[in-house]
Design a protein around this ligand. Structure first.
Ligand code: ASP
Length: 320
C-alpha cells in the first residue's frame, strides 16, 4: 500500500508527477519533496514558492517544513527570502541533530552554504496583486490579510514509512517576520508512521491554538478513522475558538493513516484536496461542511478543475 494526500487542488500536478515513483517503491520523503517542489515552482499559484504573494513591504517570505514519521527527523525554515525551494532546504535541515529550524537570515545563510538555488521569488504578477490589493484596501476598507493557501502533504510509501511536508508564502500582506502554523511541528503538520499524518491550512494564528495536526494524529491513535479525526479536530477547535473569542478563522485539514485511509475536513466552503493511493489515481475532491459537523466530499468536475486554473492564470488588470 502507498498513498499521498495534499491540501488544495494546486497539488494535483505535483502528485501526478511523483506517484509513479512512489508506486515503484520510491520513498515517501522523495515523493513529498518532489511534489511540493512542483507547487513551489509553478508561478501562477500565488500562495506557495515562486509567485507567492509578498508581505506588506512587498517582499516574499516563505515558510516550509519537513517531518519524517519514522525517524522524527524534522526541519523547517521560516521567513526565508530569495530561494526557489524552501521544502528542500527544510528537508536538508532535517538531517541534523540540532539547528533544525532556522529563520530569516540564518535560513538563507544555510541555504546559500548548501548551494540551494537562489531566485527572486517576487513575480510581476505578484506585484500587480499587491498593487491591486492596496487599491481595494483604500476603496473598500478591507483587511489586508486575504489570500492564503498552504500546500501541505502526507505521504505513505510501500515500506510503510510516512512523511509530511508544508510550504507557503503565508498570509498576503503579513508583517515582515510573521510566521503562521505551517513550519511548526504539531500545528502545520504532524506524522507518526505507526499511526498516520495530518496537515493544515487556513488562518495560522488560529490553527496553532489547537495544535491541530498533532490533535488529528492523536485522535487517530485513539482509534478514530482519518475522516472522523479530521471532522472532530475541526469542529472542536472551531467551537472552542468561538466560545473563547467569538470567532474562528479558516481551518482546513487532511489526514492519512498508516493503512492509506484518508480524510479531510474544513469550516469553509471552498476547500479542496488531492489524494492518490494504490487503488485510487490522483483525484481532486471538494469538501462541503454539513450542518452536523460531517463533510461531504464531492468529486471535482472537469469544468471545475479547468475553471480553477483559468482563474489563476488569467491576465491581470492593474487597478487605477
Ligand atoms: N496557514 C498559513 C499561514 O497562516 C496560510 C495558509 O494555510 O494558507 O501562514
Amino acid at each position: 500500500m502507498w498513498g499521498m494526500i495534499a491540501t488544495w487542488r494546486m497539488a494535483l500536478e505535483g502528485i501526478q508527477k511523483v506517484t509513479p515513483n512512489l508506486e515503484a517503491g520510491g520513498t515517501a520523503g522523495d515523493a513529498i519533496e518532489g511534489a511540493i517542489k512542483e507547487v513551489e515552482d509553478f508561478p501562477y499559484f500565488k500562495s506557495v514558492g515562486y509567485g507567492g504573494l509578498p508581505n506588506e513591504e512587498m517582499e516574499v517570505e516563505l515558510d516550509a517544513a519537513y517531518l519524517d514519521g519514522s525517524t522524527f527527523d524534522f526541519g523547517a525554515v521560516c521567513a526565508l527570502k530569495q530561494f526557489a525551494n524552501p521544502i528542500s532546504v527544510a528537508r536538508a535541515l532535517s538531517a541534523y541533530k540540532v539547528n533544525n529550524v532556522l529563520v530569516g537570515e540564518g535560513a538563507a545563510a544555510f541555504a546559500k552554504a548548501h548551494h540551494f538555488e537562489e531566485k527572486d521569488m517576487l513575480t510581476d504578477r505578484a506585484k500587480i496583486h499587491f498593487h491591486n490589493r492596496l487599491k481595494d484596501i483604500e476603496r473598500e476598507q478591507l483587511t489586508p490579510y486575504a489570500g492564503h493557501d498552504t500546500v501541505g502533504m502526507v505521504g505513505l510509501d510501500v515500506a510503510g514509512d510516512m512523511v509530511a511536508g508544508t510550504s507557503t508564502s503565508g498570509l498576503f500582506m503579513k508583517k515582515p517576520g510573521r510566521v503562521g502554523d505551517s513550519p511548526f511541528i504539531g500545528s502545520g503538520l504532524y506524522v507518526d508512521s505507526t499511526i498516520g499524518g495530518a496537515t493544515a491550512t487556513g488562518l495560522g494564528e488560529d490553527l496553532m491554538k489547537g495544535v491541530i495536526s498533532y490533535e488529528i494524529v492523536r485522535l487517530m491513535k485513539e482509534g478514530l478513522s482519518p475522516q472522523k479525526a479530521c471532522e472532530k479536530a475541526v469542529s472542536d477547535l472551531c467551537e472552542r475558538l468561538k466560545r473563547a473569542r467569538g470567532e474562528a478563522g479558516d481551518i482546513s485539514v487532511v489526514a492519512m493513516n498508516a493503512k492509506g485511509d484518508f480524510g479531510a475536513a474544513s469550516n469553509i466552503e471552498n476547500f479542496s484536496f488531492v489524494v492518490a493511493t494504490s487503488t485510487l489515481a490522483p483525484t481532486v475532491f471538494r469538501v462541503h461542511p454539513q450542518s452536523d459537523g460531517t463533510m461531504r466530499h464531492e468529486l471535482a468536475t472537469k469544468e471545475w478543475l479547468e475553471a480553477y486554473l483559468e482563474e489563476r492564470m488569467k491576465p491581470l488588470e492593474v487597478k487605477e
